[in-house]
Design a protein around this ligand. Structure first.
Ligand code: ADP
Ligand code: ADP
Length: 236
């Protein structure tokens, strides 16, 4: 079943002289694990903001084409509802931390949902467990954790609302080797244990080859490769 469909998408930030995305077409099936890669400035983050519905609803710019996520056009979709279905984790988790404890931080995305206190605790504990953080982390201040722990709290926050799609935008690029490994193992576990559709923006060919079944390469706002990682990296 197709969960994301992008047709001939063009996007230009008003403050920029050129299009950031130039004729992107992409189809993603439910349950797929997709890596998106390409040089800095290629349009990866812009494409992720588009799949999350933030572009064009929340950012000013010129939008052409069609983006359908979970059967709805993101031009007209109810953004609050879409945000419950699409979890997003960015490179710098600190920008999204607003609460003083890990428990409150992970609970935050559940507030709009009409669920009981018991269910809320169940979901928070489960989300933390999936990313390998035990209950001793509940009362910790997110800002005082290690890089890998912070990023895993951000992932737990994104999955606690039980979205259908998880977008991870370079979640390991600021981390030391240990932190990288912790985050990658959390993502691998998610992949094994859930039917989430996962889109991972990633620069490291080793990480991409380790678990992505499909890789999309962006360059200057265009898709220049869409296929198997082994095919892309065969000459490495
Ligand atoms: P990355 O390559 O890690 O995605 P960038 O350095 O390209 O990071 O961009 C980081 C953020 O800075 C982007 O998400 C974008 O919102 C903002 N940004 C990038 N380029 C510009 C620009 N020319 N004008 C304004 N903001 C920009
Ligand atoms: P990537 O994630 O691949 O590094 P981005 O999506 O961040 O690429 O950026 C794609 C292009 O859009 C770049 O030329 C960047 O400078 C520009 N850009 C990104 N964010 C903004 C922004 N907020 N305003 C203006 N230009 C931007």
């Amino acid at each position: 079943m197709e969960i994301i469909n992008v047709q001939d998408l063009y996007w230009q930030y008003y403050s920029s002289p050129d299009y950031a995305l130039k004729g992107i077409s992409l189809s993603v099936e439910k349950g797929e694990f997709l890596a998106v890669t390409g040089p800095s400035g290629a349009g990866k983050t812009t494409l992720m903001l588009t799949l999350a519905g933030i572009i064009p609803q929340r950012l000013p710019g010129k939008f052409k084409g069609e983006v359908t996520v979970l059967g709805e056009s993101t031009l007209s979709a109810d953004l609050a509802r879409l945000m419950q279905k699409v979890g997003v984790v960015f490179e710098d988790p600190e920008i999204q931390f607003v609460m003083g404890s890990v428990e409150d931080e992970v609970s935050l995305s559940l507030e709009p949902l009409d669920i009981s206190e018991d269910e809320l605790h169940r979901r928070v504990n489960h989300a933390l467990k999936v990313v390998g953080l035990d209950e001793s982390f509940l009362s910790r201040n997110p800002l005082q954790l290690s890089g890998g722990e912070k990023q895993r709290v951000a992932i737990a926050s994104a999955i606690a609302k039980e979205p259908e799609i998880l977008i991870l935008d370079e979640p390991t690029s600021d981390l030391d080797p240990l932190g990288k490994e912790e985050v990658i193992q959390a993502v691998e576990k998610l992949r094994r244990e859930t039917d989430l559709t996962i889109i991972l923006v990633e620069q490291d060919p080793e990480i991409i080859q380790r678990f992505a079944e499909r890789v999309v390469v962006l360059n200057y706002g265009k898709i220049v490769f869409d296929g198997e990682p082994s095919e892309l990296y065969k000459n490495l």
